[in-house]
Design a protein around this ligand. Structure first.
Ligand SMILES: NC(=O)c1ccc[n+]([C@@H]2O[C@H](COP(=O)([O-])OP(=O)(O)OC[C@H]3O[C@@H](n4cnc5c(N)ncnc54)[C@H](O)[C@@H]3O)[C@@H](O)[C@H]2O)c1
Length: 308
């Protein structure tokens, strides 16, 4: 199992670290355009191997894609992150060019790979990878919902005064402050609906805190977060590498599912050795359906800015 992570910055390095610590991949290649940067991060991470007890080999490369040849899974984290006050959509100008070049280079050396897109605006970048590579739709996966759901569970546990392991919940829709659709009506504490414990007002607060989860951290950190994004990507990589058939909300190309077409947006999917094994259509309330449709409009508007 060979995994390439493009972008050895905050999210890329964190993702490589979590993949290595989970010890399921034989090799992780970190690639970055900044001279020596990926090699340095790879060496630093390899020096944690004896301390953290993993055998995954991590190597670095300065923009040499021949080192990524034969990768089973490639993760794209290259591009600029947002600064406080920015939206993810504002990153499109710079990141679209980077994601387009990177995905073409990856495919040249690993034509059968599965690609996980992380760079923002993520749903639009995932759509761009479809248009650029022509890979089958099961092989292109956008990571956003797994992170947003983890943030949702964090906020639910906080509101409930419960351990996070007691809580389950999912966020679908676009990976943007306005576009996220936290499914509060489906969220549970040990199979009991959270609405039995929390008022509608408190649940609405959880929803709003979840939607601005990334912006809250960007304000505190001065740049976007990396631990939870890295952990979320490593979960997706492991589900594919180990054929776990695990359900995550991911950005997938829709062709009629949820009444939506010709865009990538977060929906529940089953992840296994083929990437997206299945898109799962769950029953949504009228309000959730309306929110998802509005979210899709937002994603399509951003897609319209792409020069395809
Ligand atoms: N989808 C999500 O849930 C999610 C979560 C967090 C961050 N992000 C996004 O991930 C991206 C990376 O964030 P970060 O905090 O790691 O940023 P960062 O600046 O720390 O790292 C980005 C890295 O990409 C490299 N890079 C730039 N152009 C490149 C190219 N053409 N080829 C190879 N490498 C290149 C840079 O040198 C840098 O090291 C941002 O777009 C951010 O918005 C997405």
């Amino acid at each position: 199992m060979k995994v390439t992570v493009v972008g050895a910055g905050a999210v890329g390095a964190s993702c490589a670290e979590y993949i290595a610590i989970k010890n399921f991949a034989s090799e992780v290649v970190l690639l970055d355009i900044k001279e020596g940067f990926a090699e340095g991060k790879a060496m630093d991470l390899m020096q944690t191997a004896s301390l953290n007890g993993f055998d995954t080999k991590i190597t670095g490369s300065t923009n040499d894609y021949s080192k990524t040849a034969g990768s089973d899974i490639c993760v794209i984290t290259s591009g600029i992150p947002r600064k406080p006050g920015m939206t993810r959509e504002e990153l499109i100008g710079i990141n679209a060019g980077i994601v387009k070049t990177v995905s073409s280079s990856l495919i040249e050396h690993s034509p059968n790979t599965i690609i996980i897109v992380v760079s923002n605006p993520m749903d639009t970048m995932t759509y761009l990878v479809h248009k650029t590579t022509g890979l089958p739709k099961n092989k292109i996966i956008g990571m956003g919902g797994a992170l947003d759901s983890a943030r949702f569970k964090y906020r639910l546990a906080e509101a409930l005064g419960a351990p996070i392991s007691d809580v389950d919940g999912m966020v679908i829709g676009g990976h943007s402050d306005k576009g996220m659709v936290p499914l509060t009506a489906h969220a549970t504490r040990n199979s009991v609906k959270v609405s039995e414990f929390l008022s509608e007002e408190r649940l609405n607060q959880v929803k709003e805190d979840t939607k601005v989860g990334g912006a809250t951290l960007t304000k505190l950190l001065g740049t976007s977060a990396w631990y939870a994004p890295g952990a979320a990507v490593s979960g997706l990589v492991q589900a594919i590498a180990c054929d776990l058939q695990k359900m995550y909300p991911c950005s997938a190309l829709l062709e009629g599912e949820y009444g939506l077409n010709d865009l990538c947006i977060g929906v529940p999917v089953i992840l296994g050795k083929n990437g997206i094994e299945k898109i799962v259509e769950i029953n949504l309330s009228d309000a959730e359906k309306a929110h998802l449709a509005e979210s899709a409009e937002g994603v399509k508007k951003t897609n319209g800015l792409l020069e395809l």
